[in-house]
Design a binder for this molecule. Structure first.
Ligand SMILES: Cc1ncc(COP(=O)(O)O)c(C=O)c1O
Length: 449
């Protein structure tokens, strides 16, 4: 009996004993192709020699320094590199230990900016339904995934919520993409006005929705419209690129493809590529300057911020991405992967949508392709696909509640940037078998009911 509080208290997952490249091995000798990087984390695959060397070197030099006493060369160099590659003006960096911490930091930085700007009445964040921003109380509060929030709702701040940009389900037949996008922006503007623009701190959104939506990209112009509204009402645009950033969609930041810069961006996952727990917040210099000229200190901090070994790993990851031109690889392999998925599932009666950007792709499962009717949530198709895939030596990241936190199933795919075309063929083939086995099993149980 395990003493760990595992994610599922009635199941103990397989014991991972080693991992190399695209493969993870468990204690029973089973191997798994990692087609999801865990949760879109392992962007360089496993056991990358350059990252291990950088970490070993840092451990031998200096494994820990508390940021209340010291900074370190490696944290400074990482911040400098991140700032140099970030969208316009985002030159200030706060290093944390993961995505939820990054979002908490973003929310507090935004609030303190307004407090120090003489606008302490600003206390409202606006966010989108079906978003995921992390599991700590602040991040969970802005997140819009109902089943995750529900048990904790009395502890969470109120957050007005608008519709996600979810064209597959929400664009009406006959409606143009422009009209659909305009409607979303009108809804956001109405939410800002309803809250009172002078009370709003900012708008939070994932540029490409990951875990809860299954790789949902925005429509053209959506984020330009968001930026314009934030400017109009002088509120901050907080982008959550924890999953979609750091090259995952083919550019270092997903928002680059939208032609806009946020005021604050949260990153994690691919930043350390799983070699160390690390996240970061990047902010517009002017925002941090306001606090520097005011109280002079950001009222925040954790014991492990700016951890030197984590910084060394993340710095090495950035260098490998640049040296090996992995952003081009993500774009190329991403296109190839999408083509293969379309060949394999484009006509599958239960795959309603194949979507995403770069190597962040998703399949949305439906009972009926024509009506887009989802499967009965009680069937837990996503869970069945995950376990069939694992039995088939394949790691994918399926999730339920795609539509509204309760209904809908999707499968998220986020292989490492080093994936080859051969790996992709193998992934598609195993996924095909897993999906069909899960559907066949579900059909059999449904018939025997
Ligand atoms: C968009 C987004 N934000 C925040 C988080 C939370 O990150 P973490 O699990 O590292 O706390 C996640 C994790 O999946 C995420 O996808």
């Amino acid at each position: 009996m395990s003493h760990i509080i595992h994610r599922h208290l009635r199941q103990v997952p397989p014991v991972a004993v080693s991992a190399q490249g695209m493969m993870v091995r468990d204690s029973c000798g089973n191997t798994y192709i990692d087609a999801c990087g865990g949760a879109a984390v392992s962007s360089l695959g496993h056991g990358h020699p350059d990252i291990l060397t950088a970490m070993h070197r840092q451990i031998d030099r200096n494994a820990y320094a508390h940021t209340a006493f010291f900074t370190t060369d490696v944290a400074e160099e990482l911040a400098e590199r991140l700032a140099a590659g970030a969208p316009d003006g985002m030159t200030k960096v706060y290093l944390v230990s993961g995505g939820s911490e990054a979002m908490e930091t973003a929310l507090k930085l935004a609030r303190q900016y307004f407090v120090e700007s003489g606008e302490p009445q600003r206390s409202v964040f606006i966010a989108r339904r079906q978003s995921y921003h992390g599991n700590t109380l602040g991040a969970l509060a802005v997140g819009g995934n109902e089943w995750r929030r529900k048990p904790f709702a009395p502890l969470l701040m109120d957050v007005p919520r608008v519709a996600p940009c979810y064209e597959y389900r929400d664009r009406a037949e006959g409606q143009t993409v422009e009209d659909y996008t305009d409607g979303l922006l009108q809804e956001l503007e109405a939410a800002i006005l309803a809250a009172g623009p002078h009370k709003v701190i900012g708008f939070c959104a994932e540029p490409v929705v990951g875990a809860t939506g299954g790789a949902i990209p925005p429509t053209p112009g959506y984020f330009r419209g968001v930026r314009a509204l934030c400017d109009k009402y002088k509120i901050l645009f907080i982008a959550d690129e924890v999953m979609c950033g750091m090259g995952r969609t083919g550019t270092m930041y997903a928002l680059e493809q939208e032609g806009v810069a946020p005021d604050i961006v949260a990153i994690a996952k691919g930043l350390g590529a799983g070699y160390q727990p690390i996240g970061a917040v990047l902010a517009q210099a002017a925002l941090v300057e306001r606090i520097r000229n005011g109280s002079g200190a950001f009222l925040h901090g954790h014991t492990y911020i700016g951890h030197p070994v984590a910084a060394a790993a993340a710095l090495a990851v950035q260098k490998v991405i640049e040296r090996d031109d992995l952003l081009s690889a993500v774009r190329l392999r991403g296109e190839a992967f999408k083509r293969m998925l379309r060949d394999a599932f484009g006509k599958h009666e239960h795959v309603g949508d194949i979507r995403g950007r770069g190597l962040l792709l998703g399949l949305e499962m439906v009972r009926d392709r024509a009506t887009k009717e989802p499967f009965d949530p009680a069937r837990k198709l996503h869970a069945a696909i995950k376990s069939r895939a694992m039995a088939n030596g394949l790691m994918v990241y399926p999730m339920g509640g795609t539509i509204d936190g309760r209904r809908g199933d999707h499968i998220l795919l986020a292989p490492p940037y080093i994936v080859t075309d051969n790996d992709l063929h193998e992934i598609v083939s195993r996924l095909h078998d897993a999906i069909n086995a899960a559907l066949a099993f579900g059909a059999k149980t449904a018939n025997s009911d």
